[in-house]
Ligand binder design. Structure first.
Ligand code: NCD
Ligand code: ZN
Length: 347
C-alpha cells in the first residue's frame, strides 16, 4: 500500500556492492544486512578474488562478520583476468555460491589493475559461462587515457560491449552502474538477457555536484557522475518500471584520508542509506509505487532467483547521516554526511 508517509516493500537486494575485507568489512556489512536480504559482492579485493576457492573463503569471512541474527546472503563473483581458465568457470558454477564473473577492463577503476586487457581473449570463458548459466557483470568503460572520461562509457558500448553481447547470444550480461543516456538506450534495445544496475548517486546527482563550491572528493566515483541529460535518462527509465534496470548501490567504502588526497580514490559509500536514497528518487519521480519492482523484483527475476520472503518498511522521516562513521584505521564519510535523507527504515 502506497501513501506519502510509509511504504512497505518486499525485502530488497543490492545487485552491486563492495564490502572489502577485514576491519572495513566488519564496519560496513551491518548497514547492508539491515536493509538488503542479498547482495552481489564485488571481487576487487587486493589480491582480487579470481578463484572459486577464494570466493568461498571470502564468503565465509562475510558470514563471520554478520551481526548476530542478521538474515543476509552474499552472492559471490569472480574477478576475470587474462588468464581465467574455463575450468574455473566450471568450479564456480558447481559451487552454487558464485553468481557470476566481473569484467574489469584493466585500469578502469579501483583495484582493476589485474583486469582484462582484451575481452576477445576471454571468448572461450564467456562461452563456458553461457553454458554454466553464470552472469557476466561488466564495468563498462574504455581505458584509453586519451579518451575523454565523460565519453568512456558510450565508447565502451560501441567498441566492446555490443560486439561481446552479439558474439555470445546466450550469455547473461549486467551492464553495471550505468551512467549515460547512451547506456540506457543500448540496454533498452539489446537482446533479451541484457540488464543494468543503477546507483543512487547517478540518479540523484550530475557532474556539477563534483564542483559545488569547491572540489568534492566524496562524490567522486567511477564511472564519474555525468551530465544532467544523462541523469534524466536514468530517472526516466527507472520511473517507467523497465525490468532491465534494477538496484545496485555500488557502495564502495574508502577511508577519508584516501579520498581527501592529492590523488583521491574513486568510490562513494551509500550502504548506510542504501534503500532510503532510492526512495527519495522514486518519490521525486512520483513513482514510489515502482520502488519495490526496482529494488526487490527485477534483479531477482533477471538472475532467476526467488524473490525474498520478508518485507521492509520505509517511513517518510528526515534523518541526518553523521559527518563520518568510525573505521579502523580512519573514518568513513558517507553520502549525505551531515545533510539529510528524507526516508528512514523502520525498526
Ligand atoms: C569501486 C571501488 O572502490 O571498489 N569504485 C567506484 O568508484 N565505484 C570500483 C567500481 O565499482 O568501479
Ligand atoms: Zn562497483
Amino acid at each position: 500500500m502506497v501513501n506519502m508517509q510509509e511504504l512497505t516493500i518486499r525485502r530488497p537486494d543490492d545487485w552491486h556492492l563492495h564490502l572489502r575485507d577485514g576491519a572495513i568489512l566488519a564496519s560496513v556489512l551491518p548497514f547492508t544486512a539491515r536493509r538488503f536480504a542479498r547482495a552481489v559482492v564485488m571481487p576487487n579485493l587486493t589480491p582480487p578474488v579470481t578463484t572459486t576457492a577464494a570466493a568461498l573463503a571470502y564468503r565465509e569471512r562475510i558470514r563471520a562478520a554478520l551481526p548476530a541474527g542478521a538474515d543476509f546472503t552474499p552472492l559471490m563473483t569472480l574477478y576475470l583476468t587474462d588468464s581465467t581458465a574455463r575450468e574455473e568457470i566450471d568450479r564456480a558454477a558447481a559451487s552454487g555460491a558464485v553468481i557470476g564473473c566481473k569484467l574489469y577492463p584493466a585500469g578502469a577503476t579501483t583495484h582493476s589493475a589485474a583486469g582484462v586487457t582484451d575481452v576477445r581473449r576471454l571468448d572461450a570463458v564467456f562461452e563456458r559461462m553461457s553454458e554454466r548459466s553464470l552472469t557476466l557483470q561488466v564495468h563498462g568503460e574504455v581505458v584509453d587515457p586519451a579518451t575523454d572520461i565523460f565519453d568512456r562509457e558510450a565508447l565502451f558500448i560501441e567498441q566492446v560491449l555490443a560486439p561481446l553481447v552479439e558474439r555470445h547470444p546466450r550469455l547473461h550480461v549486467v551492464f553495471e552502474h550505468v551512467t549515460t543516456r547512451a547506456a540506457v538506450e543500448y540496454v533498452c534495445g539489446a537482446r533479451p538477457g541484457v540488464a543494468a544496475t543503477v546507483t543512487p548517486q547517478h540518479l540523484l546527482l550530475n557532474r556539477n555536484a563534483l564542483f559545488q563550491g569547491g572540489i568534492r572528493p566524496h562524490l567522486y566515483c567511477l564511472p564519474v557522475l555525468k551530465r544532467e541529460a544523462d541523469r534524466e535518462a536514468l530517472r526516466a527509465v527507472v520511473a517507467a518500471g523497465n525490468p532491465r534496470f534494477f538496484l545496485g548501490t555500488d557502495s564502495a567504502p574508502h577511508a577519508r584520508h584516501l579520498k581527501e588526497a592529492a590523488c583521491g580514490c574513486a568510490g562513494i559509500f551509500s550502504a548506510h542509506a542504501g534503500i532510503e536514497l532510492y526512495a527519495e528518487v522514486f518519490e521525486q519521480l512520483g513513482a514510489l509505487g515502482r520502488l519495490e519492482d526496482f529494488a526487490a523484483h527485477f534483479g531477482a527475476d533477471f538472475y532467476g532467483l526467488p524473490r525474498n520472503a520478508g518485507t521492509l518498511t520505509l517511513e517518510k522521516r528526515s534523518w541526518s547521516p553523521p559527518a563520518a562513521y568510525p573505521l579502523s584505521p580512519g573514518e568513513l564519510v558517507p553520502l549525505r554526511a551531515g545533510e539529510s535523507v528524507a526516508w528512514a527504515v523502520r525498526g
